[in-house]
Write a protein that binds this ligand. Structure first.
Ligand code: SF4
Length: 292
């Protein structure tokens, strides 16, 4: 393991294939526990990723002030506080795209923006992406419903990606190509971008329990990992390693995340992807091949 992700409060935005399902009760990880996790990060030389949706109390900020290996994921509502920091990732929904201050986002042209959509707003994907072209280095598109359920949704998604790929072709020709995980990763990444949650990273949620990733918590808070059970942790790490993703090793689809949460949800196995995941990933792969 080399990364600890801490979702500090209940207002934190999602950053992968899940919906953070905010409820009105604001909860925050106890400072004593947060402090302990930061100490573990420092002692072991891990990377720390924090994700929060409300302004952090001073003691939390002081605790991480000198950390060199920190990534912070925040919603648009907090972005103006952190935009001049290069390790900050903005997570926003396509519904919020016109609230974004593009000047602030482009302050650091190496930035990554997480762009979330759901089955209800698939038709907004391409226009939202166009708003962010040349404003950010990389856009990571994630479906908050985890995966698209039916043919109509997939067709709508395909049409949105086709629109994006046409524009990207022009951008590419003039050397202005913005990375978009589901389309351009075969062009920019030499190896697969598969998920290694549970193997290389572990997530601590604001209830101070550990999970493979936040998706498991939001699905069922009882899915936690007992951090005191070293044998179980070791077994989980092996199970979540690339070698165990045997069902996918022959697949040429480099940009598929091989999401363990979706696999577990649909097939009861962390490493057996369901039809829905493969269908969406293959669609993305085929679109990526339209880039000349
Ligand atoms: S299992 Fe991996 S890809 Fe799936 S939601 Fe969790 S972190 Fe993201």
């Amino acid at each position: 393991m080399n990364e600890i992700i801490v979702v500090i409060d209940s207002l934190a935005p999602s950053f992968c294939y899940y919906n953070s399902k905010k409820n009105s009760n604001y909860e925050i990880l106890e400072f004593k526990k947060f402090s302990k996790y930061v100490d573990i990060v420092v002692e072991n030389g891990y990377n720390l990723t924090i994700c929060h949706g409300a302004i952090l109390p001073c003691e939390y900020e002081e605790k991480i002030m000198n950390l060199k290996t920190l990534t912070r994921i925040v919603p648009n509502s907090l972005f103006d506080r952190y935009y001049n920091n290069s390790n900050v990732v903005l997570s926003l929904s396509v519904d919020e795209i016109f609230e974004v201050d593009k000047k602030l986002v482009s302050y650091d042209l190496q930035r990554c923006v997480i762009l979330r959509y759901s089955s209800a707003n698939i038709s907004q994907i391409s226009n939202s992406v166009f708003q962010l072209l040349r404003v950010t280095k990389r856009i990571c598109l994630f479906c908050e419903d985890s995966f698209l359920e039916n043919k109509d949704e997939l067709n709508m998604y395909k049409s949105e990606l086709e629109k994006i790929s046409h524009v990207l072709n022009n951008e590419k020709q003039i050397g202005k190509l913005t990375e978009i995980n589901v389309i351009t990763d075969p062009w920019f990444c030499e190896t697969s971008q598969y998920c290694l949650a549970g193997n290389e990273s572990i997530t601590i949620m604001f209830n101070s329990k550990a999970y493979i990733c936040p998706a498991f918590f939001y699905d069922d808070a009882n899915n936690y990992i007992n951090l005191d059970d070293i044998q179980y942790i070791n077994e989980l790490q092996i199970l979540c390693s690339e070698e165990k993703q045997f069902a996918c090793l022959e697949c040429k689809n480099i940009q598929c995340k091989r999401c363990k949460f979706i696999s577990k949800k649909k097939t009861e196995e962390l490493n057996i992807p369901p039809y829905e995941l493969c269908a969406q990933s293959m669609l993305e792969y085929n679109i990526s091949q339209l880039l000349k």
